[in-house]
Ligand binder design. Structure first.
Ligand SMILES: [Zn+2]
Length: 232
């Protein structure tokens, strides 16, 4: 597809605070006011397909975010999608403490198989606490805390992620409806409250291993993720 016009500020649709957002601290700029600037795009060959990689800048924070796309997305049909929050340890270092890397790879693989889809890659490491605090949280987990306790012991909410940038990023590609690959119903609700239609949630049950069994159990029991786990 041809890339949309460059360097324009994109604004999120107005949306009221939501129950799903209520567990999140108020973002500095407000979810509904999220503004992002599209910068440029390029080809990105991967083992599964040659995607287009698109760069955006959050005008409030200066943070850089990207989207990977494949195929024609603006035909009105729901788009196979993953909204993936950055996990350097899982996405790049093959960490077995979580399932992020396997989920990202599976999402790209499924999109390549369909020939059409989008990954929004949001730079909110460690459920929004940042990389160094994530290392501190992992240290607490080494000492016995679970993934939610660790973040809370450091003074953070269990999940500090925000999705306000998704709506203007999707609008940039003419995408209004997603077939969303996620095990997290709260993410579905948060995006719907921002005006994104999600006619289908698609489970993405990959990357389970002995090292992340407790992490996944905690996500299921404390964060409401829909995850079928082997007998514990
Ligand atoms: Zn991870």
């Amino acid at each position: 597809m041809s890339d949309p016009s460059p360097a324009v500020d994109l604004h999120a649709a107005d949306a009221p605070p939501t129950p799903a957002d209520a567990c999140l601290p108020a973002p500095s700029t407000g979810e509904a006011d999220a503004t992002i600037r599209y910068v440029d795009s390029c080809d990105l060959p991967t083992p599964w397909a040659t995607f287009r990689l698109h760069g955006f800048i959050d005008t409030a924070s200066g943070k850089e975010h990207v989207a990977l796309t494949l195929g024609e997305l603006d035909d009105g049909e729901p788009v196979l999608a993953r909204v993936h929050s950055e996990c350097l340890t899982g996405d790049a270092f093959f960490s077995q403490r979580c399932d992020c890397g396997a989920q990202l790879e599976e999402a790209l693989r499924r999109i390549a198989t369909e020939g059409r889809g989008i990954v929004l890659y949001l730079r909110q490491e460690g459920r929004g606490i940042g990389l160094i605090n994530k290392i501190r949280a992992y240290h607490l987990q080494d000492l016995g805390a679970d993934t939610v306790q660790a973040n809370e012991d450091l003074g953070f909410a269990a999940d500090q992620r925000h999705y306000g940038l998704c709506e203007p990023m999707l609008a940039h590609f003419g995408v209004g409806a997603l077939r969303l690959m996620t095990n997290n119903p709260a993410k579905v609700v948060a995006l719907q409250k921002l005006g994104v239609l999600i006619p289908e949630r698609i489970s993405i049950l990959v990357g389970h291993n002995p090292s992340n069994q407790r992490y996944l159990s905690t996500k299921r029991e404390k964060l409401g993720h829909v995850i079928g786990l082997p007998a514990e």
